[in-house]
Write a protein that binds this ligand. Structure first.
Ligand SMILES: [Zn+2]
Length: 247
């Protein structure tokens, strides 16, 4: 009886192992890997200055602060994918918006190397609620909260061993709030600077997290902005240290 039980148990174990091997080999999604957890979406909401801290921001740290953070350690791009910029409803020219976003990408890639594929203007590129649809997009539209400047959703595998983690999609929405007008904040400080906000949001797309400690307020990844701000166009020392550690 005991011998039969042992045989049955070992047979079952073999079947389970075989099942794992078989499904691993036949995985539909080439990015699927055993042991790194589910594909998950992280949403970053960028608020205008002077509004209350979002609940996840936490308190200010009184000890030495590291001015960079990751979505998850090791969670980065491993395959080059193109991205699509939709200037519709921005009130700006297509070339202005394209230039603002691609320059933002270039600023991160100055330190990370080539991470993204080509940027393309595409009037059909849609935020699509940040849903997973296999397309990386930046577009303009209305967001229900007028204090929100922009929202970026990043999809990826954020669990499991860091070397198995991976980013697989990003979708960015610039809010057409009645509170401000988008444009070139260098030329006119009353405007919300597209390149400034795009460079911050793209930081999330590359794998960087928000910073809310005021001692990090010179970093591109600092969590607040306002009209006329252009300091986020250029990476600061913490941003550079972080992106170089990730890539
Ligand atoms: Zn942010």
């Amino acid at each position: 009886m005991k011998g039969k039980l042992v045989l049955l148990t070992s047979l079952l174990t073999s079947f389970i192992l075989l099942f794992y091997v078989a499904t691993g080999v036949r995985a539909e999604n080439p990015k699927e890997q055993v042991g790194r957890g589910p594909l998950t979406k992280i949403t970053f909401i960028h608020y205008k200055k002077a509004f209350a801290k979002p609940p996840w921001a936490g308190g200010n740290n009184t000890t030495a602060v590291k001015c960079y953070g990751f979505l998850a350690r090791g969670a980065k791009w491993k395959i080059q994918e193109p991205y699509y910029v939709n200037p519709t409803d921005s009130g700006l020219s297509s070339s202005f918006v394209e230039n603002a976003v691609t320059t933002g990408v270039g600023e991160w890639e100055n330190y990370a190397g080539n991470v993204f594929g080509n940027g393309n203007v595409d009037a059909s590129a849609s935020y699509n609620e940040g849903n997973l649809d296999g397309v990386n997009t930046a577009s303009f539209g209305s967001y229900p909260d007028n204090a929100v400047i922009a929202v970026t959703n990043v999809w990826g595998y954020f669990g499991g061993p860091p070397q198995t983690r991976e980013l697989v999609e990003w979708d960015m929405l610039f809010n057409n709030s009645s509170e401000w007008t988008w444009g070139d904040g260098l030329g006119d400080p009353t405007l919300m600077d597209v390149q400034n906000i795009a460079t911050h949001e793209l930081g999330h797309s590359f794998g960087m997290a928000d910073l809310y400690d005021t001692s990090c307020n010179l970093e591109t990844m600092y969590g607040y902005s306002t009209e006329g701000e252009t300091s986020k166009r250029d990476l600061n020392s913490g941003d550079i240290q972080g992106i170089q550690e990730l890539y």
